[in-house]
Design a protein around this ligand. Structure first.
Ligand SMILES: [Zn+2]
Length: 225
């Protein structure tokens, strides 16, 4: 396992506004958009020329910007969902049924981009993964997330053994509760690590969460059967 350098660059210290530019395919105007929270967010998607033409997707805008948020692990989930629903209400391809083929294409591309951004940011695990990707850290299949905690994998193996025996419903419910507690502890740890810019530790926590999520899937499957 290679050693990651401790990178100190808390996301919270990054500027809270950002800018991007997009050229309107219809009027050829270059639109420079200053994003501050979700103000101006509609400018990412529409140009004021000719009854709000839907723009082609930008390639230089991250998922946080697309939904009008600053890049941070901690996020207001309700505001995120509101922003998502608002954007989809404008971008949904059904709204463009009477428009040109090109606008239909762009609206469907924008709509799926917004979907992707939302589904990534809505869940703590994928949001954290995305933030780490943004600083060049990815989690491969080989990452066990157990580097500093050798007893962890042992515990997971034990739990998997119990699950392989198809335990009783009561046992499953208890195990699931405990697992959910572990996941929620991991989410709290992530807040601390992202706040201090300790991405190496965040990555380790994500490695553990991967195991907890697998256990969770297994338990839910057994409970449903
Ligand atoms: Zn235009």
């Amino acid at each position: 396992m290679y050693q990651l350098r401790h990178i100190i660059l808390p996301f919270n210290s990054l500027r809270t506004f950002s800018s991007t530019s997009v050229t309107c395919w219809k009027c050829s105007k270059q639109l420079n958009i200053r994003l501050e929270g979700n103000s101006n967010i509609m400018q990412l998607y529409f140009c004021g020329c000719q009854h709000n033409v839907v723009l082609s997707p930008t390639t230089n805008t991250d998922y946080f910007q697309l939904l009008g948020f600053s890049k941070s692990y901690e996020i207001d989930k309700r505001a995120l969902a509101r922003s998502y629903r608002m954007l989809q209400s404008y971008l949904h391809p059904d709204k463009f049924a009477n428009k040109s083929k090109l606008e239909q294409l762009y609206s469907s591309e924008q709509s799926s981009l917004v979907n992707k951004a939302y589904s990534t940011l809505a869940k703590p695990y994928t949001r954290a993964l995305y933030l780490l990707e943004q600083v060049g850290l990815t989690i491969s299949e080989k990452d066990t997330g157990t580097g500093s905690d050798p007893s962890f994998l042992m515990r997971i193996m034990e739990l998997n053994e119990v699950l392989a025996e198809h335990p009783s419903r009561d046992t499953l419910v208890k195990m699931k509760e405990e697992n959910e507690g572990n996941l929620s502890d991991c989410e709290k740890e992530l807040i601390v690590h992202f706040e201090s810019g300790n991405y190496k530790m965040a990555k380790e926590v994500l490695g553990k969460m991967k195991y907890y999520h697998n256990l969770q899937d297994n338990m839910e499957e057994q409970l449903m059967s």
